[in-house]
Design a protein around this ligand. Structure first.
Ligand SMILES: Cc1cc2nc3c(=O)[nH]c(=O)nc-3n(C[C@H](O)[C@H](O)[C@H](O)COP(=O)(O)OP(=O)(O)OC[C@H]3O[C@@H](n4cnc5c(N)ncnc54)[C@H](O)[C@@H]3O)c2cc1C
Length: 454
């Protein structure tokens, strides 16, 4: 029987199995420079049981399956490079439970973080992991996402208590529990987090949530030099100021943001940060921050929620601002993470390497974590530009690895960083391959991603 008819039979609903041109095209590419490749069919399940039936069929027929959520990942993760089934999980969209006493929430994998936060807000709660984009919680777990609040709360791994996962064979397993800690055997929850759809399909997550802070201020501090901004971030973290977010934007980034958002921020290296807690605690931290950042030439403090929102919206729209500033170009980003005290040196090195290659690039950093992105807007018709950007990426990764860092702080490996995974953990790749074989013996789950070809 033809694949799409077999899938329609398995789901009992042909309308959720599509081979229509526009849907295949929609599931062919991502937001980046990685070339698209169409799946053979797009399947949209609405329950764990349906996912299990689809995977059992795919495993039997040896058909590749590429799970996807909001498709906001940045390294070609969701591109079905070997065709097969694009498994769209956005239909698993129920918030199953919110427990304010337990500070936990249970959701299906296709629920987005903003939808969850809308619901949590009614109970004075928040889920803080914030990758900027309105990603699905399944996709965020699958990439071990983090973001602006990681400096305070940690990323996805710190927030997933339990998972329901469908293995390649169609078997459904549950990992973890609602307990805050456990020493019960191997930590399989952590294994699935960051596995990028290559070890199993996550259908349900139980997450830690937090109470909304009583008092919050956002601050923008502008500096004459990138180095000074960077040193300021290291000083804030070192002094133990309880920053909720701590982001660095360089001058080219702020130029693009001003043009895109109609704002008038100083077009100079800047820290955007947030302090939160009790009023007395925040006032003390604010005074300490002013003192630690005395070299800055602007120190704008925002108490009003709308003004704070405006500041963070500007930060979250950086990528869109850069895209708008470079029509016809495509986006590529580095994602190394270094020990925080190395950050000033790392950014000096990156800026020098950008200038040496005469590339047009902006730098933003989750400065409190030592994680930074060099963002290039590439002309897809100019192979020499792509080559220069790749060589810069290589140099930045080499520098990070030589100084105790990692090739990817949050975006993951996908297609684009496979060579860097080998460079960073080459000795562990055979072990990782063994884990993959055990969980997905026929290699149907997101083939061609994360691990290098044997
Ligand atoms: C403007 C912008 C800013 C960003 N900033 C950040 C940032 O600060 N931090 C950060 O971490 N990321 C950032 N990202 C990247 C992206 O948002 C994250 O990687 C996010 O976690 C992806 O979630 P998604 O729902 O879009 O997943 P998708 O892109 O749909 O999928 C990502 C990967 O997860 C797999 N997958 C998806 N759902 C499941 C599932 N249910 N089970 C198993 N595997 C699954 C896919 O196969 C794929 O390998 C940014 C992206 C954009 C566009």
């Amino acid at each position: 029987m033809e694949l799409s008819s077999a899938l329609a039979e398995v789901l009992g609903d042909a309308s959720r199995v599509s081979t229509g041109d526009s849907l295949l095209e929609q599931h062919a590419g991502d937001l980046t420079y990685h070339p698209p490749h169409r799946p053979d069919v797009v399947v949209s399940p609405t329950s764990t049981d349906e996912v299990a039936r689809v995977l059992a069929l795919a495993d039997r027929e040896r058909v590749p399956v590429v799970a996807s959520g909001a498709r906001t990942s940045l390294e070609g993760h969701v591109i079905p490079v070997q065709g097969g089934i694009a498994l769209d999980l956005t239909g698993l969209d129920r918030i199953l439970a919110v427990d304010a006493l337990d500070l936990s929430a249970t959701v299906e994998a296709g629920v987005t973080r903003l939808r969850l936060n809308e619901r949590l807000g009614r109970d004075g709660l928040v889920f803080p992991v914030d990758p900027g984009a309105d990603a699905t919680l399944g996709g965020m777990a699958a990439t071990n996402a983090s973001g602006t609040t990681t400096v305070r709360y940690g990323g996805m791994r710190a927030h997933v208590l339990a998972l329901q996962v469908v293995l390649a064979s169609g078997r459904v397993v549950r990992t973890g529990s609602r307990a805050r800690k456990s020493s019960a055997g191997y930590d399989l929850t952590s294994l699935f987090i960051g596995s990028e759809g290559t070890l199993g399909v996550i259908t349900e997550l139980t997450l830690r949530v937090h109470g909304i802070r009583e008092h919050v201020v956002a601050v923008r501090a502008a500096f004459a030099e990138l180095d000074a901004a960077c040193a300021g971030a290291v000083a804030l973290v070192g002094a133990g100021v309880s920053v909720e977010r701590l982001e660095l934007l360089d001058a080219p980034t702020l130029r693009a943001v001003n043009a895109y958002k109609g704002t008038s921020y100083d077009e100079a290296p800047s820290l955007f940060f947030e302090l939160a807690g009790t009023e007395a605690g925040v006032d003390g931290d604010l005074a300490a921050s002013r003192e630690l950042l005395e070299g800055c030439h602007a120190f704008q403090v925002e108490h009003d929620p709308t003004a704070r929102h405006r500041l963070w919206e500007a930060r979250h729209h950086v990528l869109f601002a850069l895209v708008a500033a470079s029509p016809g170009r495509e986006h590529m980003s580095t994602d190394v993470c270094v020990p925080i005290f190395r950050l000033p040196e790392a950014l000096r090195h990156a800026r020098r390497a950008i200038d040496e290659r005469d590339l047009d690039a902006a730098i933003v950093a989750h400065a409190g974590d030592g994680n930074y992105h060099v963002l290039f807007m590439l002309d897809p018709t100019d192979p020499s530009e792509l080559e220069r950007a790749r060589s810069l990426n290589d140099e930045i990764v080499e520098w990070a690895l030589a100084h105790g860092g990692t090739c990817t702080g949050e975006h993951g490996i996908g297609l684009g960083k496979i060579a860097y995974l080998e460079r960073e953990h080459g000795d562990l790749v055979p072990l990782m391959r063994g884990v993959k074989r055990l969980l997905d013996p026929h290699g149907i789950l997101n083939p061609g991603k994360v691990l290098p070809n044997p």
